[in-house]
Write a protein that binds this ligand. Sequence first.
Ligand SMILES: NC(=O)c1ccc[n+]([C@@H]2O[C@H](COP(=O)([O-])OP(=O)(O)OC[C@H]3O[C@@H](n4cnc5c(N)ncnc54)[C@H](OP(=O)(O)O)[C@@H]3O)[C@@H](O)[C@H]2O)c1
Length: 296
Amino acid sequence: MNTSLGIIGYPIEHSISPVFQQAALAQCGIAATYRAYPVAPADVGPFVAGLRQPGVLGINVTVPHKETVIPFLDEIDDWAAEAGAVNTIVHRQGRLTGHNTDGYGFLRALQEGAGFQPQGRRTLILGAGGAARGVVLALSREGVGPLTIANRTPERAESLAQLARGRGIQAQAIPLTAPSAGRPDPSLAAVAAESELIVNCTTIGMTHGAIDHDTGAAATPLPRQIIPSAALVYDLVYNPLETRLLREAAQAGAATLGGIQMLVYQGAASFELWLERPAPVPVMLAAATQAMQSPG
Ligand SMILES: NC(=O)c1ccc[n+]([C@@H]2O[C@H](COP(=O)([O-])OP(=O)(O)OC[C@H]3O[C@@H](n4cnc5c(N)ncnc54)[C@H](OP(=O)(O)O)[C@@H]3O)[C@@H](O)[C@H]2O)c1
């Protein structure tokens, strides 16, 4: 019997999870296949029900299904309950458990990859979508210092700031506005100047999936003149591996961290949940990096 794993999303063709998960399975000598499944929103329930078959170990879940899979599961863990989102489903003897390894992947990359401990550190989050919510929850668990959330839609930033305050974190929301006449927004500039950690959780700077003209790889969420040299700039975007934000942060003298490590660490945590053995992280990181350097 072939053992199967995979990822569901819609669309899903740009996912590199099959590349680095299959590399991990090969490295460990496990005869299993990890595939990408494009699943339309209307088909999520029947697809998840099909995971209860013998031979299926589980599945990763990505946009837009992370919330909508929950009603089809038997239970979810604390991280998934807190995030209201599942990125990993484990199948054991007909039972399906939902997990969320995104926050863990974010923190492990921050702490091990960049050697940065967030406790008590002034932090600026750019964006307030699904990824930002996971980041705010993970940083709140670590007792992050004063937190500012900047977002184009200010109500979403305020609701994330409230979430953090509910967990005992000092948090405020500000608008994320495009620079006018080349002059950065003064409130963003003031917060950035004080920040020790800046995390881009917007889609700005991303090659694929740009949905309007001011996103895409040529764009950046933070004007270069307000990047502080003493900060760590962490971009969740991993396509391209080096975004304009990271390039300009490095030019400003700041430390930088790209999104590929988070992607691999969250996938490694999924691998460990399915297979109950350590994931070969260096092999996964090498495969993921190579896939991004030679896309297609
Ligand atoms: N490295 C990893 O493992 C990892 C994991 C998860 C996500 N990510 C990356 O994180 C990014 C965000 O993902 P997500 O799931 O949170 O997406 P999402 O829920 O769609 O949120 C998108 C965010 O980007 C903002 N945004 C989009 N276009 C904008 C523009 N033109 N100007 C200003 N703000 C804009 C949105 O602002 P509004 O609220 O105003 O719409 C929102 O805050 C993606 O690039 C994704 O690839 C990486």
